[in-house]
Write a protein that binds this ligand. Structure first.
Ligand SMILES: Cc1ncc(COP(=O)(O)O)c(C=O)c1O
Length: 377
């Protein structure tokens, strides 16, 4: 099998993840913070150790590094907490449904005003100036944008955007970038940053991470037991407890901690360099094939390891199925949960074939995909 679907989820996980998950289940699987016996203490230690590992990799404060069930959960939490009736929110034309669906719901049910920056670039990639102009038009409560498109891999200049829209707070959807590009939250200038544990961070599914800036506070979406201040019927104010109700996904969190330790040792710069080198090789190989069209790919722009393409006369779903069946190549066809981005790119409703390169892929994997597509057209 040649796994090229890292945009959806990573496989395999980083070395050490399976062992950390198993170790948690065998030796640390108490309920953290609930009681004082040895197994709960071991669980608390494992989770707080993982919190330190994630915070250190991403340049965040451990207390303001929160664990939850996924990136989707944290994006919803921040949006529902920060946007009140009549507020205005500005976003890009490239967002995933984890952003667009809560925004559309807020528009319809709370009367939140949604402004989408179309981006003057032909591929919908917005510039900092596009965001500056849009936020200057009217008072704006929040800017939310993806760090990189999950369709094209194009990277948005989030630090520059945060600088020019200030003091409007910026929430970043980093699902496609954490672990694949160096991220130093302490220097980004954004109010909050959300990412998935199972994509570039190379951990198991079921854990999302929220990094919260010093002056940016939110209400929990879910309230319940925290093991702390049990005498009170209200959520604690302090973090991380105030935003982490219910028993956490200990094995998943232990796995993400191990993955972050591996990434720190390997070096995210090195991972990024490798993924970008391979994706450029893929782009160069595919565009030599007659009938293949790359979408949103610009040679001189910043990219993650994601690349979208279509082949004229071929149905995306059929081709993906043949690549899997006949060549053992796993990639994804369709809209990739981002219909708004496809509308902007002109690939709606058929979508694209999307290859997502990860740190364990090689030149041979990329060449196998190019060869298989060449034989299929
Ligand atoms: C850009 C983007 N945002 C958000 C998400 C949602 O992440 P999760 O499914 O881990 O909650 C994804 C996952 O595909 C994504 O690609």
């Amino acid at each position: 099998m040649i796994y090229l679907d890292h945009g959806a989820t990573s496989w395999p996980n980083a070395p050490g993840v399976v062992e950390a998950v198993a170790h948690f289940l065998e030796h640390e699987a108490g309920n953290p913070g609930r009681g004082g016996h040895r197994l709960t203490v071991a669980a608390s230690r494992a989770i707080e150790g993982a919190r330190d590992d994630v915070a250190s990799l991403l340049g965040a404060h451990p207390e303001r590094t929160l664990f939850g069930p996924g990136a989707t959960f944290w994006l919803n939490t921040v949006l529902l907490s920060r946007l009140d009736p009549g507020d205005r929110v500005v976003t890009s034309a490239l967002e995933h449904n984890a952003v667009m669906r809560p925004l559309r719901w807020l528009e319809q049910s709370r009367g939140v005003e949604l402004a989408i920056v179309p981006g003057e670039d032909p591929d919908g990639l917005p510039s900092a100036e596009d965001f500056r102009r849009e936020t200057a038009r009217k008072p704006t409560a929040l800017v939310i944008l993806t760090h990189a498109s999950n369709i094209t891999g194009a990277v948005l200049p989030i630090a520059e955007i945060a600088r020019v829209v200030a003091p409007v707070p910026v929430l970043v959807d980093g699902a496609q970038t954490a672990g694949s590009l160096p991220v130093d939250f302490s220097r980004l200038g954004t109010a909050a940053y959300v990412c998935s544990g199972h994509k570039g961070l190379l951990g198991p599914p079921g854990v999302g991470v929220l990094l919260l800036g010093e002056d940016f506070n939110i209400d929990p979406l879910v309230r319940g037991g925290t093991g702390s201040r049990s005498e009170s019927e209200e959520m604690p104010e302090y973090l991380p407890d105030g935003l982490e109700a219910g028993t956490p996904n200990g094995p998943g969190i232990a796995g993400i901690g191990a993955a972050c330790r591996w990434l720190a040792e390997r070096g995210i710069e090195e991972v990024a360099e490798q993924e970008q080198r391979l994706v450029r090789r893929l782009a160069n190989g595919l565009r030599e094939i007659s009938g293949v069209r790359l979408h949103g790919w610009q040679d001189d722009a910043a990219h993650t390891g994601i690349l979208s393409f279509t082949v004229s006369g071929c149905d995306n779903g059929d081709l993906a199925a043949r690549l899997d069946r006949e060549h053992g190549i796993c990639l994804r066809a369709g809209l990739h949960c981002a219909p708004a981005a496809h509308r902007r790119l002109g690939t709606f409703p058929d979508g694209t074939l999307r290859a997502g390169i990860g740190p364990f892929n090689t030149e041979a994997d990329v060449d196998a995909l190019v060869g298989a597509v060449r034989r299929s057209v």
